[in-house]
Structure formats: C-alpha cells, structure tokens
Design a protein around this ligand. Structure first.
Ligand SMILES: [Zn+2]
Length: 344
C-alpha cells in the first residue's frame, strides 16, 4: 500500500465518521419512516397485493408481542372488538393473533350452538371456557339465535333470560352484556324491556362512527335530540342510543361492500379507529370505536374477514398504541345516565 493511498484511506475514514456523527440525530427519523411503511402496508402504492399482506403477517409472526401499550399518551385511543355467533375461526384464527398482542376480545355466544356436539363450524363450551379462563369477555347472544321481536313473552324470556343460566352451567359465570340476534329487536320496546330485566348493557344498532358514551353524538343525524343514555325519551319513545342499544360498526358490512378487497377495508378500519381522536382528550374517553366481526376465515363468506386482514388490523392497533377494551369494561352511571370506562 503506498503512502498516498493510505493517506487517502485515512481521510476517507475520517470523512465517513464525521458524516455519521452529523447525521446520527436523524437516524431515528429514518427508522420511524421505515416503521411507517410497515404500519401502512395497504396504503403504500407499492405494497397493495394480498401476497404482500401475507408476507407482512408471516414476518411479524416471528417477532414477540410486547402486549398492550398502556402508557398515558396512548389512553386516548381505545377500541372494542366484538365477535358473534361462535364461529370456529374466532378460536382457531383470531385468538392466536389476539394472544400475540395481549388483546382481549368480547365474544357473544349462542348457548345452544355451543352445546351442539356435531358442529365443527362453531366453538363448543370447552373452547369458550378456555377463552373465558384466559380473560376474554364472554357475553350472551341468546339461547338459540331467534328473531326476538317475533317471539311470545315466554319465548322472549327464554331466549334472553334463560341464556344466563346456560352460561352459569357451562362457564360458572353469568354474562352482564347481551346482543339480540340477527341485528333485530334493538329498536323494539318489548325486547329492550326484557333485556333490561337481566343485563346491564346490550349492543344492537350499527353506526359508521365511534360509540359516543354520552349517547348524544348523533343528534345532527335528525334523530330525537338526546342529552344522555337513558332508555326512553320524555315522550316515552325508545332513544336512538341507550344503554340497551349501544352502537357498533360492522366489519362484515365492509367485507361485503368492498368484496373482500382488503386494501380498501384496511383503510376504513384505520379511518374508524382514528376518528375518536376528535373526542378523547387527556385520557378522558368519550367515544369508542366498537367493531363487530363474525368469522375470521379465508372463505370469502359475507360473514367472514380474511385472516391476514385481521392480523394486519391487530398489528396496526398494537403498533399505534391502542388499548383494547371489552364490553364488560363499560359501566353505566345511574345518576348521570352515561356510559363510562371502568377504571378509565
Ligand atoms: Zn348472530
């Protein structure tokens, strides 16, 4: 090696070191940018195929979960994930993804379907008990999934009230939250009065916004003005939103409307979960996106959400500091007639 080359080499090395020192404060930004690309796999114009969604899921499956991010700055962002009808994909496909991030789902169970021995498409009591023992929220979706508004008083009582006993027999605990089947009955006073006899809360109607815990976020939508969540208005009509008609957003309506185009559906998901930031400030939660799923399965059914999409949605919640609550985390203030987040 000649002296000239050596001198050049030393000069070059010093130049590289200086360059690294000057740029080092910017490196975290570069890393964040790379993370951002990871966070929005569907929003990047170069990353929109399902193969890439699957790659993203597989890559992430090798990383360990750090659980819920409960730092104070994250508590303005919460979400509730509801699952209906005991679909087996909730156990085989959704549960491992929820477990990876330490998230707890809220499962609305139909008692008779769980008791059936020969139905591999639905979860049985053994699987549901495991969910319960692992801290997931188990609630009632009736005894056998009838349209409640068409039933006699006795049959209505059986579907709503007796289902509590079914849960007590199988998991040793009674649910406190109900959901009427077929998305029907939540606007029927007879049904609501029966639910109110047995449960603290019920979830029914659909919205494309977060659930407003004071129940008056929708007054601009030409419904009777509400100032709180009491069940009936002063003129004796059911209020649009109340403690027995908590509103959720149907993921399956996106799955159907966008024909399982996961890029579009992911954008709707991101838009919904972030829409609460206009309402929640300084850790005070006033609005919660509640998202309803059925099966988590790759069969393209109208009641199914692709597994890779669900995985990407949960990763988004985790990576962006969302806290996943359950329906049982909601309480009702009998004096103020508001919903609130317990321990929140
Ligand atoms: Zn159902």
């Amino acid at each position: 090696m000649s002296l000239e080359k050596s001198y050049f080499g030393i000069t070059f090395t010093i130049a590289i070191l200086l360059f690294a020192i000057v740029l080092s404060p910017l490196l975290p930004n570069l890393t964040r940018g790379q993370q951002q690309q990871q966070l929005f796999p569907f929003l990047s114009p170069t990353n929109t195929t399902e193969n890439q969604i699957n790659n993203d899921t597989q890559n992430e499956s090798t990383t360990s979960a750090s659980g819920n991010n409960n730092s104070p700055s994250s508590t303005n962002k919460v979400v509730i994930l509801n699952f209906y009808d005991n679909d087996i994909g909730q156990f085989t496909n959704a549960k491992p993804i929820l477990d990876k991030y330490g998230f707890k789902g809220t499962f609305f169970i139909v008692c008779s379907w769980a008791s059936s021995d020969n139905n591999p498409s639905r979860m049985n009591w053994q699987q549901i008990t495991q969910l319960y023992n692992e801290g997931h929220d188990i609630n009632s979706h009736s005894t056998s999934h009838k349209v409640l508004s068409k039933l006699s008083a006795d049959d209505l009582d059986y579907q709503v009230g007796q289902s509590k006993q079914c849960f007590r027999e199988h998991i040793g605990a009674e649910p406190t939250v109900f959901s009427p089947p077929h998305s029907k009955g939540w606007n029927n006073a007879t049904v609501i009065d029966t639910i109110a006899k047995y449960y603290d809360l019920s979830i029914g109607g659909f919205v494309s916004s977060p659930m407003f815990l004071h129940c008056y976020g929708w007054k601009q939508l030409q419904h009777a003005p509400q100032t709180d969540c009491r069940t009936y208005s002063d003129d004796g009509e059911l209020n649009y939103a109340n403690r027995y008609d908590i509103k959720e957003s149907s993921h399956n309506s996106w799955d159907t409307r966008y024909l399982h185009d996961d890029t579009q559906i992911f954008e709707k998901f991101v838009e919904l979960v972030n829409s609460q930031t206009n309402y929640n400030k300084d850790g005070k939660i006033n609005a919660i996106p509640i998202i309803g799923y059925h099966n988590i399965e790759d069969d393209d059914a109208i009641t199914s959400t692709h597994v890779s999409l669900f995985a990407a949605e949960m990763k988004y919640l985790h990576d962006n500091g969302f806290k996943v609550l359950t329906m049982s985390d909601l309480g009702y203030d009998e004096n103020k007639n508001y919903l609130y987040v317990k321990n929140g």
